[in-house]
Design a protein around this ligand. Sequence first.
Ligand code: RB5
Length: 153
Amino acid sequence: MQKIAIASDHGGFELKEDIKLFLKEIGYEPVDFGTENSNSVDYPDFGAKVAETVARSEIPKGILICGTGIGMSIVVNRFPGVRGALCNDVYSARMSREHNDSNVLILGGRVVGKGLAREMVKTWITTKFEGGRHQKRLDKIKELEAKIRKGEI
Ligand code: RB5
């Protein structure tokens, strides 16, 4: 069964629990990095756990949820090789795979309902990267990451 890393802060906890059930229903194995309840926590702590796991290719894809998804999005996109896509609609979730090869889906637990979130997860998880001209653009992102690492920008 394909593993999917998943985590949230308190703002995304309820939706995370539902998405875990859904992932199992559609044949995936969620690997939960927390949080474990609705008590207030800091989203960078949980975003970093999933981002690190994906950056190291320990688990190829992850899902992160906070209140709006914005905080998680800011955190994960600092990690080299992580392409986090904050999505509020199914079209964006699909395009983030086809064009951006996103490897982390980010949702706002206070923005989207469970039904829409499930649709986005299913679409995102089953959609393939198109490659071709889009690969060239991802290569440019990699080049930028290298420059930043070397202190050139
Ligand atoms: C927590 O209240 C909230 O700020 C957090 O879940 C998230 O929305 C941050 O971007």
